[in-house]
Design a protein around this ligand. Structure first.
Ligand code: PAF
Length: 290
């Protein structure tokens, strides 16, 4: 690794020392195993900030005991080389803590929630997930104090929660949502796509195809709210392959994640689909005028 271009930081103390000498920071929080979606966030941060810090930390607090925390792919060397190829001589730092304690000091017991955006969508099947996300972002923002932070719009509920938490606790940090990066066939990139076989990847396309069809049909029925809910019911009732099943499919207000109202200006069609045991999410954001 060329240390002049990409500097690896593994402790909170090292991070603090470096932060004394740099300003204008874009932060890209990740759990590593970087794909083109992450790289699009990194490129955006590099183009908009003098310094970019990419955190690579598989956050135990956002996994429930039955989830894949221990199996989650840890691929630091490959990640560093992808970052190096993307950074093109710009000031890029990678914060990859050498232990969990670098992020959560011993006996750290605070957790954070934004209840108004929970109890729906992904939080139903992952009840403590967003508490873990919110808490780790709180720690990263506290340690790094970035000017801007970048998150993918694929995790739309996560983005809403982080925006809300940040507005209350870190009003100076600008939260930037970056559009979903898709394969040429439309499949949204996700670290969990790695778990899918070729056939499962084909089945997974049902998610994006459904959202796309719904988006087409929505143009004809919005703002008729009754028709929107019929659209969702019809899409859910379409016959599907035996190894896939819906976790949820909803058309909701993109700002509140509540029911669409006459006053809604942006809606999101959000879906989560199980392909065998792998749970995938995707969404399409629609502006009223479009
Ligand atoms: O989206 C992710 O990869 C994670 O939830 C995040 C934001 C890095 C927090 O651990």
């Amino acid at each position: 690794m060329d240390r002049q271009m990409v500097q690896l930081i593994t402790s909170a103390n090292e991070l603090t020392a470096i932060l004394e000498n740099i300003s204008s920071i874009g932060l890209v929080p990740t759990m590593g195993n970087l794909h083109k979606g992450h790289l699009s966030l990194i490129k955006k941060s590099i183009s908009e900030n003098k310094n970019t810090i990419i955190s690579i930390f598989v956050n135990p607090k956002q996994f429930s005991p039955n989830e894949d925390f221990t199996e989650y792919p840890r691929t630091l060397e490959q990640d560093l080389s992808k970052i190096k190829n993307t950074s093109k001589g710009k000031n890029v730092y990678v914060f990859s803590p050498k232990s969990i304690e670098e992020v959560y000091p011993p006996n750290f017991s605070t957790t954070l929630r934004v209840p108004s955006f929970e109890n729906k969508l992904c939080a139903i099947s992952r009840p403590n997930h967003f508490e873990g996300v919110c808490t780790v972002i709180y720690r990263l923002f506290t340690l790094i104090k970035p000017n801007q932070a970048y998150f993918g719009q694929k995790d739309f509920q996560q983005l809403c929660i982080i925006k809300a938490m940040s507005k209350d606790l870190f009003p100076k940090i600008k939260i930037i949502g970056v559009p979903i990066y898709r394969d040429s066939n439309g499949l949204a990139l996700s670290s969990r796509n790695k778990y899918l076989s070729i056939n499962e990847k084909k089945d997974a396309l049902h998610l994006f195809k459904t959202l796309k069809n719904m988006a087409e049909q929505m143009k004809m029925c919005w703002p008729n709210i009754k028709k929107l809910s019929q659209l969702t019911t019809d899409a859910k009732n379409l016959p599907i392959a035996t190894n896939i099943r819906w976790d949820y499919l909803s058309i909701i207000d993109a700002n509140t994640l509540e029911q669409v109202r006459d006053t809604s200006t942006q809606v999101i069609i959000a879906g989560s689909l199980y392909v065998n045991k792998i749970r995938l999410i995707d969404n399409i954001l629609i502006n009223k005028e479009s």
